[in-house]
Design a protein around this ligand. Structure first.
Ligand SMILES: C[S@@+](CC[C@H](N)C(=O)[O-])C[C@H]1O[C@@H](n2cnc3c(N)ncnc32)[C@H](O)[C@@H]1O
Length: 238
């Protein structure tokens, strides 16, 4: 059936864009435009989340931060990988997204997920509290990256790592709006922030996938006591 737009009063006709967006959201099962934009269409095909998680070699019981977790595309797979004795911090500065992940974690009974409403310049994680920080498609959002990532060292446990998955020049859609960072920029900035490149994977066809460890690890790190108290801004998902 063809819709006759002329038969519709002008005030409603002007709503056609909103109407199209609403239909799109309903068809794709997205709760919001932001969720749709982050999760995308057919993302599993090119993102290969399981292969990414396997490559990270996460041990059960590990504590992992999903930095810039958005709607939680990686958060729930990470929660499965760490298991019931581990923990995943879903960290974001956007309250809509932290509320969404809190809601989804409750619905799925994922009690090993803790949501943190972060500051733009600080993820507010527990000091010396995480084994791995994974950040996917969020690197380009972060300002003053060298100082931001230098500051992240204090949140890593002695064997802690930072994994960065980021759109690069091959991602034409993301690249169109500048939502990408060439891998060589990331390597240079991370080196300036005090890290060494540990591994580089090339199986993703739109994104670079790099794993870094603090350079200072080999030298003597001043011991920092683990934080015992609750994490600042942590929202419970239970
Ligand atoms: C493109 S989305 C990616 C979401 C998710 N990682 C994924 O792969 O679907 C980028 C996310 O990073 C968040 N973000 C931006 N700047 C941030 C910062 N300084 N700290 C934490 N999260 C940030 C945004 O709010 C957004 O949810």
């Amino acid at each position: 059936m063809k819709l006759n737009w002329r038969a519709i009063p002008a005030k409603f006709r002007n709503l056609r864009v909103e109407f199209a967006v609403l239909i799109f959201l309903l068809l794709t099962g997205c709760a919001s435009l932001k969720q749709c934009a982050y999760e995308g269409y057919n993302r599993d095909d090119w993102q290969q989340p399981q292969k990414v998680i396997e490559s990270l070699q996460i041990r059960p019981g590990a504590v992992v931060a999903d930095l810039g977790s958005g709607s939680g595309y990686f958060t729930f797979d990470l929660a499965r990988a760490v298991g019931p004795t581990g923990k995943v911090y879903a960290v974001d500065i956007d309250r809509d997204m932290t509320d969404l992940v809190t809601k989804r974690a409750k619905e799925r009974g994922a009690s090993n997920i803790a949501v943190i409403l972060a500051k733009p310049d600080d993820p507010l994680l527990p000091t010396r509290g995480v084994d791995l920080i994974l950040t996917v498609d969020a690197y380009h959002h972060i300002e003053n990256r060298v100082s931001y990532f230098a500051n992240l060292q204090k949140y890593l446990r002695p064997d802690g790592r930072i994994a960065i998955v980021e759109f690069d020049r091959r991602a034409s859609f993301a690249g169109l709006w500048g939502h990408y960072t060439p891998a060589e920029f990331i390597k240079r900035e991370m080196e300036q922030a005090g890290y060494v490149l540990q591994r580089e994977f090339d199986f993703l066809d739109r994104q670079s996938f790099l794993i870094f460890a603090p350079r200072a690890r080999a030298q003597n790190l001043a011991p920092v006591a683990p934080a015992d108290g609750p994490v600042q801004n942590e929202q419970t998902t239970k």
